[in-house]
Design a protein around this ligand. Sequence first.
Ligand SMILES: [Zn+2]
Length: 279
Amino acid sequence: MDSSPCELCGGEVPLSWERCPHCARPGLFPNVRAAQVPAEREALHRRYSAVVQDAELRGAQQAVEAFEMAARGTKAVMARSFRELDRLSSSTRELFSTYYNLVRGETRLPDGNEWDELRAVADEKLFPGYREHVRFAALSLDGAGLPHYGDCSFVFRESMIAHRTSVYEENSALFLKQHAFAPPPGHRATWEERAKLAVAKHGEEIDATTSPEQFAGMLLGPGATPEEDRFIEAHIWGPMSLRTVERILLTKPRKGQRSARKAIQDRLKGVGLSLEESL
Ligand SMILES: [Zn+2]
């Protein structure tokens, strides 16, 4: 299905459009609508139900329920470099950039590797005609992001992103490659249904002995290379600034950054944020 009816006039709106072509009213964000099509939701529900039924047979029902409850509290987190934190904290007029903005704005060169090509093909498949609007984050229980992308983790405010965020099973570029760029339905979800996706993905790993302390590491964990990182990918449509952020964690504060960190702390105070440093 590549269109869905306008909630207001009933006309068909192509999934990649942000506005109804008939009445021009803004609708839901295209990535969210793509997660809401019946084929996706039904396939996700089947996966989820199978995992829940299996958990009952294994005596793992309570543990899986506890995991689902925890997953409902996950946040979208983006890891970025300290340099990027310095730029973003200079003003709330500074915005988080997408990979495509950076390359097009000639502020960085494309990586020029196999990964670049893969990302481009996968994004066009997942986000036809709107890939440049999508920012990538990961679901996290404890606020920590994936260290391969930098040691500053930005935790986004749910109220600022829930309406425009969808989530995906894992690294979407790799997932699409594995499925010859024709991914089966049931691996993407709206923000509200992210816990269901988390159960469908991880339920089988959970048994009666799994403790809640293990949940954060199941949901997100760095691999030896970025390709081996373990996470549920969050796709956030549209711009974000420091006002979109509720917490910033710095995982590896370095000595040489001391004066820069102090200046950043002072600027963050102005927007009600602070830099949480973990040693
Ligand atoms: Zn309409």
